[in-house]
Design a protein around this ligand. Structure first.
Ligand SMILES: Cc1cc2nc3c(=O)[nH]c(=O)nc-3n(C[C@H](O)[C@H](O)[C@H](O)COP(=O)(O)OP(=O)(O)OC[C@H]3O[C@@H](n4cnc5c(N)ncnc54)[C@H](O)[C@@H]3O)c2cc1C
Length: 467
């Protein structure tokens, strides 16, 4: 149905005419999702610039029983910020709400509006002599509100935790339009249920996060980054334990990368400089963050011991920040190299770390038995037990898409058998909703539905996602 004129006029009263979009030729950035799987058809796109405007919009949507999809940078990989029914849902983009509200350098916290990009959050922290650690390849577009709503992970979880561990307080517009001001910066608050944690990871199904109190940290003085060759995931786990024992909390990232995606980066993205190392089926990219300058490399002696213990076969340590960026650039180029290869589908599973070597062996065998043509692309945050277990089908790119359901079911069955999770960081959205229904504990699902009904009884927030 087209947007009724009286409703359009009321939206214009709230956010002004320029920010009420009804012309589909202007919709592109809001409706085309990163994975090319989903194409939204919203009733209207609204771009508020304050909590009060969001509150008035939600009140109007609730009165008219209109579904609401909240959107930040639209960088999710699960269809969670796309409409689920054509021409019936209101899409609210928070990208105009991007202001710094306040910084408390003595209490190490900062309040920002939810539409600020993660890259700008980093800059605001740095401008005030502090560090905000959440980091991943889409940080130039992903908003901090989207990071909370997905409980984003990224490359520094090992040291600093996921988004949930980086947030002290939030402000939320509830599904009836009321504003909950939970903008407290307390490190300790034991007055009952931790409500802010309900909204984090809720994928826009419980309310609109409009402001956030973030934890800040000291800026690391130096980084030591290394790219290491290992013969197997078991050797990588042994190395992980060695580095954790020797370097403790200095270890901020520990990424496992199969040689296959690296060779696709070399083949498909010739501009990306891949460091020369001796051949090995797996690589590890690891990073230490140091808070004082050291004369000697901390990493070098740990890697020497690992070499003597035959855990690693070769290693290269970055000589400069530029080199370190080069190493990370290889890792971050993998999704694009896979997409170029053809038929790329992705997953973001997590497992108990010790079981990963056996899990990889068993799951690959089962997948190859059912889909002999499939090619894997495995990389991810081994230090967090989180793997991006992706696939390509270069011979016929349509194959992986045609068999996507079966491939996911095959993989997730093994994940659950090994006590893992079908989503470590990207969330459920529309992509994995039915898999979550199938694989999540039924009691947990029932409790989630009860919470959803209690907070959003009319079911207007992000219909068709998560539950
Ligand atoms: C190249 C690439 C690399 C990535 N790497 C990682 C990674 O390493 N780790 C990781 O965790 N993720 C990663 N992602 C996924 C994605 O960037 C994150 O999930 C990010 O948190 C999404 O933020 P966004 O602002 O784009 O949210 P959107 O995509 O706009 O929205 C995502 C979900 O959050 C909801 N939402 C958005 N804003 C709000 C709000 N203010 N209030 C309530 N709900 C809201 C939406 O309704 C939707 O359900 C990657 C994505 C890409 C494209």
């Amino acid at each position: 149905m087209p947007l009724p004129n009286d409703l359009k006029d009321k939206f214009i009263e709230i956010v002004e005419v320029n920010h009420v979009l009804t012309d589909p030729s202007l919709y592109g950035p809001y409706t085309d999702d990163f994975t090319d799987h989903y194409k939204s058809q919203p009733l209207v796109i609204l771009r508020p610039n304050s909590t009060e405007q969001v509150s008035q919009i939600i009140k109007l949507c609730a009165e008219n029983r209109l579904g609401v999809v909240v959107q930040g940078g639209n960088t999710n990989l699960t269809g969670s910020a796309s409409t689920s029914t054509p021409d019936s849902e209101v899409l609210i983009s928070l990208t105009r709400m991007k202001n710094l509200v306040s910084v408390d350098t003595k209490g190490d916290s900062m309040v920002v509006e939810a539409g600020m990009t993660l890259a700008d959050v980093h800059k605001c922290a740095e401008d005030n002599g502090k560090f905000f650690p959440l980091s991943f390849a889409a940080e130039g577009n992903a908003t901090i509100g989207g990071c909370l709503a997905c409980n984003a992970g990224g490359v520094a979880v090992l040291r600093y935790g996921t988004t949930r561990e980086l947030v002290l307080g939030i402000e939320v517009v509830l599904p009836d339009g009321r504003i909950w001001n939970g903008l407290r910066s307390l490190r300790k608050d034991n007055t009952g249920y931790d409500l802010k944690n309900l909204f984090m990871g809720s994928e826009g199904t419980l309310g609109v996060i409009t402001k956030v109190v973030l934890k800040l940290f000291p800026i690391p003085k130096e980084k030591e980054t290394s790219l290491v060759c290992v013969e197997s995931p078991a050797k990588a786990v042994a190395l992980l334990n060695r580095v954790k024992d020797s370097a403790g909390s200095l270890l901020t990232a520990f990424e496992l990368i199969s040689e296959k995606p690296i060779s696709r980066v070399k083949k498909n993205l010739p501009d990306v400089e891949v460091p020369e190392l001796s051949p090995s089926p797996w690589k590890v990219l690891l990073e230490l963050s140091l808070f004082e300058k050291k004369e000697e490399s901390v990493l070098e002696s740990i890697l020497e011991q690992a070499f003597e213990a035959e855990e690693i076969t070769d290693a290269i340590i970055a000589n400069s920040l530029k080199d370190s960026h080069k190493f990370w650039h290889v890792r971050e180029s993998i999704p694009l190299a896979d997409r170029t290869e053809g038929g790329s589908i992705h997953s973001d599973i997590s497992l108990p770390i010790a079981s990963i070597p056996e899990f990889l062996e068993v799951s690959l065998k089962r997948l190859k038995e059912e889909f002999p043509w499939i090619e894997d692309s495995i990389f991810g945050h081994l230090g967090d037990g989180n793997l991006h277990y992706n696939f390509v089908s270069p011979e016929d790119p349509t194959l992986t898409y045609r068999f996507e359901e079966e491939i996911r079911r095959n993989l997730y069955t093994t994940v659950i058998e090994y006590n893992g999770s079908i989503s470590a960081e990207h969330g459920i959205g529309m992509l994995k909703k039915h898999h979550n229904d199938e694989f999540k504990d039924p009691i947990e699902l029932e409790l989630m539905k009860k919470i959803k009904n209690a907070i959003d009884p009319e079911g207007i927030m992000n219909p068709g996602k998560l539950i």
